[in-house]
Ligand binder design. Structure first.
Ligand code: SAH
Ligand code: SF4
Ligand code: F3S
Length: 582
């Protein structure tokens, strides 16, 4: 491809400005004939780094590409259009991006139609686009966070002009509605409620990469969530850099508490939100969270530091005492609420005493989980120009000490869960062991347990048997068929065959004689194992005979036969349900 056309480049001083009123754009999706015919039989791949804002942008770009006719690639090494969606929050996130761009060189060489696009927050930084174009001449498109919805126009222009294009805008940002979307998950969904950030914490690049804080209208948010409920989604996470400052820009009195209430009332089984800024947290929010059972009792509340002086230098607008007071209010109003956080160690000139204050704060709060980071200077942010007297070794040591304290808290919470039963939303087979299913509790704990694959997307009861630091091992308490039926749009539960099956099972479980028999069977099985292990053949035979007798009695009991008779009908109904769900 020939010369690069620089349509627009980022500008930090423009990015800092908060003057333009956000424009509401109702997207009218048009696909040119050129892009449509190019996309025929071609596949796309999007590689995303960074936070949920980027994940949501990936879904939107995927929506556009699919409308044009591209199909999601199943093979990482054979896609026709690849988009790398970058993050700029820390330096190490950026290094990974450079490595990844390089890895697509061969694909670009071997496929004359190949398109490589780079977008996301890193592109909003001054100088990055030019550097990428120089170092990686096979990159075809560079765009930013403000023109994600222009992806097909850029592809079209690239095809029409046979040029590589750079188009990164720096301005306060618009609100674009009617966006297409190809969601990555069919049971959990992200919904943006605000874009951008106005807090300008002194270490953070996000306000420059994502523009001013702007709230979507209540109506748009509620409509999107209603559609998700109708589509059978089980969980919605409301997204924003600071969800709880929702509505400030609308100046019509709408608050985050109101959004929470309205979405909870749509009846989504699980409602989450992130991220909350401690400075904007109101008691009204706490009351709403406490009063709706479908709002998960789990709050991500980044503290960043335990020292009031460091917090002041960070521009966080709250002190250690304010934060601890908020945590106390959360724990009082929402008993058992999980609290998670983000922490930065090694902010410029952080003293040992100030760092120790972070440790004591963590010990006091006892977080359920924490993301810990070593401070990374970001060009153009105020903190990046502060001369720093803390060595990198010292920062790493502090980081390790902090990680240990955090782990103690995480283990404490995990241990408390053993022996108790929790609702788990099943994600599907475990990534590490495909014999197990994985899912999350309401408080966001990862649980692995045995169960049938069709439970993906169901909320089931799981008893926790073992706790590890970052996950639990449990056992399914629910009858999987019934759990699945509950999920299958609930109406199946009204089917006479399923009702009869559930009724038969309840009778069977309530019967004293059958329960006794079950206990006997289990105990005889254990005795058989012990006798076999100790080589006591005659005892083994005796136990075996008793076991077979008890088993026969159980299997031929009228209540068991009754239950089995309905099982087949129920299973065939559930087959139908599986079709509904898929
Ligand atoms: N809007 C959210 C999260 C923003 S980025 C909030 O305000 O909490 C996610 C996390 O990255 C931050 O909470 C912070 O802990 C971390 N972070 C941001 N800038 C950083 C930097 N320059 N160096 C190290 N960590 C940083
Ligand atoms: Fe960054 Fe602070 Fe905004 Fe969070 S609140 S995105 S840390 S500037
Ligand atoms: Fe990274 Fe941008 Fe999110 S900088 S953390 S992807 S807002």
């Amino acid at each position: 491809m020939g010369r690069t056309i620089y349509k627009s480049l980022p500008d930090m001083s423009l990015a800092r400005k908060r003057v333009d009123a956000p424009l509401l754009i109702k997207e009218d999706i048009k696909v040119s004939e050129r892009v449509r015919s190019f996309a025929q039989g071609k596949t796309y791949l999007i590689k995303t780094f960074g936070c949920q804002a980027n994940v949501r942008d990936e879904e939107i770009m995927a929506g556009y590409l699919e409308i044009a006719g591209f199909v999601k690639s199943g093979d990482e090494n054979a896609a026709d259009i690849v988009i790398i969606n970058t993050c700029a929050v820390r330096e190490n996130a950026e290094e990974k991006v450079y490595g990844m761009i390089g890895s697509f060189k061969a694909l670009s060489k071997n496929n004359p139609d190949f398109i490589l696009g780079i977008c996301g927050c890193m592109m909003q930084e001054v100088g990055v686009a030019e550097q990428i174009m120089k170092r990686y001449p096979f990159v075809n498109l560079i765009f930013g966070t403000h023109n994600v919805s222009k992806i097909l126009d850029l592809v079209d222009e690239h095809l029409a002009r046979h040029k590589d294009l750079v188009d990164v805008k720096s301005f306060s940002g618009d609100i674009v509605e009617n966006l297409p979307s190809s969601r990555l998950d069919h049971c959990k969904a992200y919904v943006n409620i605000t874009y951008g950030c106005d807090k300008f914490c002194t270490y953070c690049i996000v306000p420059y990469t994502r523009g001013r804080e702007r709230s979507r209208s209540v109506e748009e948010i509620v409509n999107e969530c209603r559609q998700l409920v109708e589509d059978g989604y089980q969980e919605i996470t409301l997204l924003g850099q600071n969800v709880n400052s929702y509505g400030k820009d609308l100046k019509n009195g709408t608050s985050f508490a109101e959004i929470l209430r309205k979405v909870a009332e749509l009846g989504i089984p699980r409602l989450r939100f992130m991220t909350s800024h401690p400075w904007d947290f109101t008691d009204e929010m706490l009351d709403v969270i406490a009063s709706y059972p479908n709002i998960m009792k789990c709050i991500h509340l980044p503290v960043q530091s335990g020292s009031s002086e460091v917090l002041r230098l960070m521009g966080r607008r709250y002190s250690r005492e304010d934060y601890l007071d908020l945590v106390k209010r959360i724990k009082t109003k929402i008993p058992g609420c999980a609290i998670t956080t983000d922490i930065i160690v090694g902010f410029p000139n952080e003293t040992t005493e100030q760092f120790e204050e972070t440790l004591t704060l963590c010990k006091e709060v006892v977080y359920d989980a924490a993301f810990t980071f070593i401070y990374s200077p970001r060009r153009g942010t105020p903190a990046a120009s502060i001369a720093d007297n803390v060595s990198s070794e010292e920062k790493h040591e502090r980081f390790i000490r902090l990680t240990k304290v955090i782990e103690e808290g995480v283990i404490y919470h995990a241990t408390q869960m053993v022996g108790k039963t929790y609702d788990v939303l099943v994600d599907g087979p475990s990534k590490k062991n495909s014999d197990l299913l994985s899912g999350y509790t309401e408080s966001g704990k990862l649980v692995h347990f045995k169960g049938p694959a069709y439970l993906k997307g169901c909320i089931v009861s799981v008893k926790i048997n073992e706790s590890h630091t970052f996950s639990m091992i449990g056992e399914l308490v629910d009858d999987p068929l019934i759990a699945f039926a509950k999920q299958a749009k609930k109406e199946l539960l009204n089917e006479p065959a399923l009702k009869a099956f559930i009724d038969a099972k309840e009778k069977l479980l309530a019967d004293k004689e059958l329960n006794e028999l079950k206990k006997q069977i289990v105990s005889l099985q254990k005795q058989m194992t012990v006798a076999l292990r100790d080589g006591e053949d005659s005892s083994y035979e005796e136990f075996k005979a008793a076991y077979l007798e008890a088993k026969e009695k159980y299997d031929t009991h009228p209540l068991v036969l009754n239950y089995l008779a309905y099982q087949e009908d129920a299973a065939s109904l559930l087959e139908q349900a599986k079709e509904i769900l898929s």
